[in-house]
Design a protein. Sequence first.
Length: 270
Amino acid sequence: MKTKLLLFIAVFILLTNNQVYSQIIYTDVDPNVTISNFQQGYGIDFDDNDKIDFHITLLSNVDVWVMHLILDSSIDNTYVVYDGTEASVLEFGDEISTSSNLYHLGGSDWGGLLFGYWVSAGEHGNWVDTQEDKYLGLKFEIGSEFHYGWVRLTTIIHSNSDMEFTVKDFAFNTVPDEGILAGDMGTAGVNDTVILDSSVYPNPTSDILYFKGIKNINQITIYNVTGNAHQDTSIDYATNSIDLSNLNSGVFFIQFQTDNTILVKKIVKE
């Protein structure tokens, strides 16, 4: 069963004198769906219109086993973010937009491949071993307009002929041609520089992080790469600083919610 959350959380981006409204539609696959049998798969319907945008499948033939993305119809226009060869493994917060390298599913090469093994040629693909809570970046069509979205997966390769994937959730931006961050469920905007003179520093940092150019802040939230919020940080609005000493080393995202903007900054804690 899929739980559809229509997240009417406005992301107001101040560009010149105009305001752009973004709405992320998020679908929680509840319970998560795991596919471990060959010749089976899961269909992603981003906008819940009873039209599958693409399938994630396990396929096998003589001496060939693959975990692959395929179109629902040959006339569909769905693209996946890829590295020039196979589908990219995206992390939480990676941008999916017009600047992404995209492959049209159903093309002549293996751009939609997650993992494959040929007895005669060995293994292919980026989603080898275990990839836990990683993201696919997609571009798909609603009517004649393109939208960007993500799908969160865990894939496990037990052996060449024994593999599985679990679909956990997915989301897309309802504004045509406007990007989305991997893992964004409607609480963050696409650009982390929507206020051009805003910044956080030093970055990377080992202790205190300062921020500037961000006014009328209502709330600051820090997320790890899996999207979980951390509450063990101290914020000093008088000095515009955040004490990160209690955080472990790693990559984090700081969300600043102001009166009319939601701004996300990516930081590295040393």
